[in-house]
Design a protein around this ligand. Sequence first.
Ligand code: ME8
Length: 510
Amino acid sequence: MKPAYYVTTPIYYVNGAPHIGHAYTSIAADVMARFKRLDGFDVFFLTGTDEHGQKVEKAASEAGLDPQTFTDKVSADFRDMTERMGVSNDDFIRTTEPRHMAGCAALWRRLEAAGDIYLGHYEGWYAVRDEAFYDESELFTRDGVKLAPTGAPVEWVREPSYFFRLSAWQDRLLQFYADHPDFIAPGSRRNEVLSFVRGGLNDLSISRTTFAWGIPVPDAPGHVMYVWLDALINYITALGFPDENADRWRFWPADAHVVGKDIIRFHAVYWPAFLMSAGIAPPRKITSNGWWVVEGEKMSKSLGNVVEPRKLTTTYGLDQIRYFLLREKPFGSDGSMSHAAIVSRINVELANDLGNLAQRSLSLIAKNCDGVLPGRGDICEPDAVLLAAAAALPAALRERIDRQVFHEALEEVWKVIRAANAYIDHQAPWALRRTDPARMADVLRVLVDVQRVIATVLQPFMPGSMARMLDQLGVPPDHRNFSDLDTDLPAGITLPQPVGVFPRYIEEAA
Ligand code: ME8
């Protein structure tokens, strides 16, 4: 039986259209899901939309629509973005679905039965934009306006509310972090969470009474669940919770919740506390990404510089954008996106390094070997070095994908691509055609074998282009898993006519 692997994206708020930040987190999770599938795991990959709460209710009313009609529309837009980004999710959950709402009620009852819920009165600061409660001490003032640390405006809320006894979970959470040193990635985020929890935890308000767009609290008219409680539960309702005999329940606990750095506290503090209270194992890892800024400025609707992911892929190509996003900056750090940076990655690394390697070697096979793949010949020292470097890639990538250092994973592949380009320059198979055709065939075969490994391990990043590259290398579609690399390609197969995989990006004349 294949081992199970469960990876999730955040479920996105449907208060506005998807932007590149959402696409980025989803693509990173997609790389993890695709990698694990190719590496022999039974993968479940979930994404979806977060549709309740005050922020969404407000956006619906501003759009002049009732919340359900509004969320149907925006959720469909997120689903379309997900597909267009080549994201291979196995399910798409919406928090307005009956399966989710029933699961939330069941979890609430578990927390209640554990003695962790009590009725009280909330009085304090709330930021609708973050859907988060803040302590007075966390706020700062700008131009006389009180703001949350995120810059979101806060308002004073006073309402009856149910509370979750989070304060009682401090020690158990600290113990959990100590027992699971890899729970929070990257490590710098772990320290943030630890100091927050060590600082003492307040009980958490988990119901709201001043608006209605939410999941009703069982047997508590007027109360809807706090949108973050509702949202986090999606990760288990999608697996069939509360039916722990459901087929999908085998995927719990999740191997990785991929989230942005803005929402670590919810995932690394509240979520494990809710789960432990309900008698459910916490997830194995919360891994968080840093921020994309555009041409040096933070993306925001008011600045008018929000990047629409589907426009970007139309301009530059889907795989080109997927590659850029994961190559350009370390996953956990912030990074800047600019036209010049995207074009440089496309032209230097994709078109030149990888595209030319494929084009040069495959056109020589087409021209000099009648398009027939040569057999493995005698292996000389430079062949052995290059083949060994390629053979080491699956393990090198496995280790890096498991740490979400995608840029390092790609750098490992590019080291081999650059070595293969140096090899072809050095061996000069075009010159061998006259002097030593047998050696020419051996060199071309080495190049095909090396590119086969390269294209196989790059599939999670650039699925469409790498499928085309593997087609050209004569690798059958059902032989593209990492374990298939143990079996040599048969000699004598006819390779298709080579066509360029990565065109250069050419600036349009002004
Ligand atoms: O927080 N750069 O939803 P959300 C990189 N519904 N990533 C970015 C980004 C940027 N500029 N902007 C957004 C929510 N993101 C909740 C989640 S989960 C149970 C509930 C990404 O629509 C990043 O992953 O505000 C961030 O965490 C997520 O989008 C926030 O999406």
